[in-house]
Ligand binder design. Structure first.
Ligand SMILES: C[S@@+](CC[C@H](N)C(=O)[O-])C[C@H]1O[C@@H](n2cnc3c(N)ncnc32)[C@H](O)[C@@H]1O
Length: 195
């Protein structure tokens, strides 16, 4: 997808939330934390122009699956036209319905879920639904990555870390400065309730 088309989508849809895709350094920073092994299920929330999608497809094994959930129809159309890979399925819909999408496909759990959706713009109940369903959608060893602007669009108290801690356990938080704007990356997992 060209830069101009991306910018057009930004002006037409407030939930696109960024004038430019994540930089190569930002994408690498997240993917370097993942281990790609056979038969994985990876879910992506908000693929947009597909910078993560394309990088994931390069790293995934031939029998793994990538389910990309994108709300914006223009991005869905453009990704569908551009990427033809039997491991990839692009769904036009919302991240909050992740459980339904996995159930419909007979998938029991996701090994990784990556999210670039603008949580800071969402009402609290939507954040809660997405995070609750994300926890339910992960395998017990699964990981959830959130990348978002280092400076939250709607102020520090809306940083997703507070909400993340209510639903999941944050295992790592890092900053990637080689991105415009710089990114905060959270890695989280299903809390261990046995202890
Ligand atoms: C900041 S852009 C990130 C795009 C891309 N992942 C990247 O890193 O360049 C956010 C994306 O999330 C999508 N989005 C927003 N709300 C969503 C939701 N509830 N479910 C799925 N996608 C959503 C937007 O349409 C947009 O493509």
């Amino acid at each position: 997808m060209g830069a101009l088309t991306y910018i057009k989508n930004f002006f037409g849809d407030p939930n696109v939330a960024s004038v430019a895709p994540t930089s190569a350094a930002g994408v690498a920073r997240v993917l370097n934390k993942m281990q790609f092994s056979p038969g994985q299920v990876i879910v992506e929330y908000g693929p947009g122009g597909g910078v993560f999608t394309k990088a994931l497809l390069k790293k995934m094994t031939s029998d793994s699956r990538l389910i990309a959930i994108e709300q914006n129809q223009n991005f869905v159309d453009s990704l569908t036209g551009e990427l033809s890979d039997p491991r990839l399925e692009i769904i036009q819909g919302s991240a909050e319905d992740v459980l339904t999408y996995l159930q419909e496909r007979g998938i029991e759990g996701a090994d990784y879920i990556l999210s670039g959706i603008p949580f800071s713009l969402f009402p609290v109940d939507l954040k809660d639904r997405i995070l609750n369903n994300t926890r339910e959608a992960l395998t017990p060893e699964g990981r959830f990555f959130v990348y978002q602007f280092l400076v939250s669009l709607s102020g520090p108290k809306n940083d997703i870390s507070r909400k993340l801690k209510e639903h999941l356990e944050i295992v790592r938080s890092e900053v990637e400065m080689y991105c415009i704007p710089p990114l905060r990356i959270y890695e989280s997992k299903v809390p261990d309730i046995s202890g």
